[in-house]
Ligand binder design. Structure first.
Ligand code: HEC
Length: 180
């Protein structure tokens, strides 16, 4: 099993919208997942059965603590994939390059409208940044494909010049970045 090809894809489509960089568990990176969340470490390499992450997805903690919260349970195949990756040592591997990426540097804008047309299975990552500092970030998973739209308003703390980047992982998307 590969972390980036098999496991990260499941996390992207079902976990990353809630568990990001805002604090607590971050399922968006290998390092974040291995670090764990409010309950401490979630993965014991080599031991899926005693790994808390598995307890949170297989239903044994009851409905209110089964992830993804408020959504359908992961499929038996998805749970088996995550279990097998942990049993095989929960190792990292090389990230896949995005299927498509677009980037635009803009100056003095008030508002950004971003619209993407995504293929089924696309995981979209939108970032508005200035150098290494991320000012605005959204993720969206399109299991069936379709249109995704975001609007961002410039905040007073933002610098004049910002870079808008959209990455589409696992399946391509075509995006339009418009600003005013
Ligand atoms: C709709 C939002 C949402 C989604 C989607 C979601 N979670 Fe959660 N998750 C939560 C909330 C809310 C909590 C409770 C926070 C707490 O009490 O610590 C939580 C708690 C957890 C915890 C235990 C607390 C911790 O920080 O260690 C784990 C583990 C977890 N989620 C894993 C996952 C995994 C894996 C997925 C995807 C299969 C997922 N979550 C999808 C909202 C979500």
């Amino acid at each position: 099993m590969s972390f980036h090809e098999d496991v990260a894809r499941i996390l992207a489509m079902h976990c990353n919208s809630c568990h990001g960089d805002a604090g607590g568990l971050n399922t968006r990176s290998y390092a974040g997942l291995m670090k764990g969340g409010n309950k401490g470490k979630l993965i014991e390499p080599g031991k899926a059965e005693t790994s808390l992450l598995v307890h949170y997805i297989d239903g044994r903690r009851g409905r209110s603590q089964t992830m993804p919260l408020g959504d359908d349970k992961l499929s038996p195949e998805q749970i088996a994939t995550i279990r097998r990756w942990i049993d095989e040592g929960a190792r990292a591997d090389k990230p896949l390059p995005p299927a498509t990426a677009e980037s635009k540097t803009l100056r003095g804008q008030k508002r950004f409208e971003i619209a993407c047309r995504a293929e089924p299975g696309a995981y979209l990552l939108l970032k508005i940044s200035s150098g290494a500092a991320v000012l605005f970030e959204r993720v969206a998973a399109r299991t069936t494909g379709g249109e995704e739209r975001w609007t961002a308003h410039t905040e007073p703390r933002w610098p004049e010049e910002v870079t808008v980047t959209i990455e589409s992982h696992y399946a391509p998307s075509s995006c339009k970045i418009e600003s005013q």
